[in-house]
Design a protein around this ligand. Structure first.
Ligand code: GDP
Length: 208
């Protein structure tokens, strides 16, 4: 299996329950983060497809799990943003149950990209998601987004501080800026490693 072409990504389906999700086969990578962390912009920068992130932002779809297809065997998954201050308790509960159900039961899930604003990393919901994924042994990579909002020294210092804390949990981290398109190649390399089966990655004969 070759490396995916992220620009070929297209919207597949939205689901508000596990029952509505695509068949749990192949491989997928999920994107998570607090609302406004820059998740849609990351998906845009990665795929070069503005329409995808717009799809996820369509009113009504922000609370759903949105699935995008890279090819028949591989998907990107946009998890509902969290951290809205004033959502009703019932909605908060539904969000928690949906995330738990997806993270605990999804066999095709190969890794989670967790997006945090570089100016406000490691908030409560970030820690909760990190704990959920740790309990299930799901690999995770953190993007410290909007890195252009800080000076180079301050951004590096944050990466160093947050990165050391995450390393103890075997979670990797990098800086990312959607507006400057910095960090896209580094992100792509992580996704490639999750989405291409190990034995296929160095197979010389793709037919074999
Ligand atoms: P989401 O709610 O997590 O999907 O966040 P969005 O992608 O919609 O971004 C939230 C806000 O942050 C928007 O106003 C974006 O224009 C802005 N934003 C996102 N990424 C960047 C970035 O890399 N740099 C800067 N300066 N602003 C960004």
């Amino acid at each position: 299996m070759t490396h995916p072409d992220y620009r070929q990504c297209r919207f597949l389906i939205s689901a508000d329950a596990v029952a509505g999700m695509p068949a749990d086969q192949g491989r997928e990578v999920a994107f998570a983060g607090r609302s406004n962390a820059g998740k849609s912009s990351v998906i845009n920068a990665l795929t070069g497809r503005r329409s995808l992130a717009r799809t996820s932002k369509t009113p009504g779809r922000t609370r759903l799990v949105n699935f995008f297809e890279l090819d028949a065997e591989r998907r990107l998954v946009d998890l509902p943003g969290y951290g809205y201050a004033r959502v009703p308790e019932a909605m908060r509960r539904h969000w928690g149950e949906l995330m738990e159900a997806y993270l605990s039961g999804r066999r095709s899930l190969r890794g989670i990209v967790l997006i945090m604003d570089v100016r406000h990393p490691m908030r409560d919901f970030d820690r909760q998601l990190l704990a959920w994924r740790a309990a299930r042994g799901i690999p995770c990579h953190v993007l410290l987004s909007k890195s252009d909002k800080l000076g180079r020294g301050a951004a590096s210092a944050t990466l160093h501080r947050v990165g050391s804390a995450l390393r103890q949990q075997k979670v990797t981290a990098q800086l990312f800026s959607s507006t400057r398109r910095t960090g896209v190649d580094e992100l792509r390399a992580v996704l490639d490693a999750w989405l291409v089966p190990e034995d296929a990655a160095d197979k010389k004969n793709p037919g074999g």
